[in-house]
Write a protein that binds this ligand. Structure first.
Ligand code: SF4
Length: 343
């Protein structure tokens, strides 16, 4: 499939106040490198999960794609067209029509004083996508039904506080769907919901892809969840993609120590493979204002060696569609077995 979205060496750096230009670093000393040069493609109708801890920069990537944040370097192409520096409401209108975002907190995302009808109708009105009231009602109905709110008419005059958490998240999804986008960026869309409702919301998203060939960037901290829904998984750490591959490869054949650590934190996946896992992660994610030299993961990596502290590893190809930015990427399965047998 042709790519719908392409990020090329995308960067979002910003200055913290008082940051002075540092000649040795070639950049201001106080710069926060929230996103530090990532390459990512999303195909038409493809579901890609962007996985990382908080502070990894994953939400910033989502905000850049939806034009809520501006990149400071690199390019963003949508259907082959360079969208990097396009700004202004009028110029962005066609783009906002094609790319929508779903946020984590459905309660915050919904205006408590508006009816469900008005909430879902709002983007259709502001993007001027309908001509008359009949068409508006049809589009709102269709969107509510696609998000699993049936019969749609029952929800028109209700208010957000009258709905359950799962229903509210469906309203948020309906609002995004109403404009018939080609790409949805969903930032932790189920993390505030009960486990029983999560599966239903995930099913709604998967159905949308099947029915409308919708592409989805699913942002989450939860690797098993990413595996459930995504075709491919990209793992992000401190502003960089450290590993990318098919959902199965990343989950069952990870080639970056950080992915291995994320995986061991989730017993459902690691149960049988426990013995071969690495020791727990050391410490916390450093600040994006102080990205470590060399491999940015080295202060927390149980396998770090001298080279890791000095040289940043490139993305190394370890299989079809599978890349890992670790000096040990190719040897990781063997290295892990050795570590496990010494313990
Ligand atoms: Fe660990 Fe070195 Fe690989 Fe970085 S390059 S993840 S420090 S082994």
């Amino acid at each position: 499939t042709a790519d719908i979205l392409r990020l090329e060496n995308l960067q979002v750096h910003f200055l913290i106040q008082g940051g002075l230009f540092d000649r040795a670093l070639g950049r201001p000393a106080g710069a926060v490198r929230a996103v530090d040069g990532i390459d990512l493609k999303i195909g038409r109708g493809e579901i890609v999960a962007l996985v990382g801890e908080s502070g990894s920069g994953k939400t910033t990537v989502g905000r850049v794609i939806t034009k809520l944040a501006h990149p400071t370097g690199g390019r963003m192409l949508f259907e082959g067209r360079d969208m990097t520096s396009i700004q202004g409401a009028a110029a962005l209108l066609p783009y906002r029509h094609r790319v929508q975002m779903i946020f984590q907190d459905a309660y915050q995302a919904l205006n408590p004083r508006h009816t469900i009808f008005d909430i879902v109708a709002e983007p259709l009105r502001s993007l001027r996508l309908v001509d008359n009231a009949t068409e508006l009602a049809e589009r709102v109905s269709e969107a509510l039904a696609s998000a699993g709110l049936n019969p749609p008419g029952d929800f028109f005059s209700r208010f957000p506080h009258e709905l359950s958490g799962g229903q509210r998240q469906r309203v948020v999804i309906a609002g995004a769907l109403a404009v018939k986008p080609q790409l949805i960026v969903a930032d932790e869309p189920v993390s505030m919901l009960d486990v029983s409702i999560r599966a239903q919301i995930l099913q709604v998203l998967v159905d949308l892809r099947a029915k409308h060939n919708l592409a989805l960037l699913f942002i989450t901290h939860d690797l098993p969840l990413a595996w459930l829904i995504a075709d491919r998984i990209a793992v992000m750490y401190l502003g960089k993609l450290v590993e990318i591959g098919t959902a199965d490869e990343i989950t069952f054949n990870p080639r970056h120590p950080y992915t291995v650590a994320l995986r061991s934190a989730t017993p459902q996946i690691g149960a049988n493979a426990r013995r071969a896992e690495l020791p727990a992660l050391l410490g916390e994610v450093p600040s994006a204002a102080r990205v470590p030299k060399g491999c940015r993961f080295h202060p927390r990596c149980p396998l770090a060696f001298d080279r890791c502290k000095a040289e940043e590893p490139p993305a190394i190809e370890v299989g079809p569609q599978h890349r890992s930015a670790c000096w040990l990427a190719r040897d990781l399965p063997v290295v892990r077995k050795c570590v496990a047998s010494v313990e």
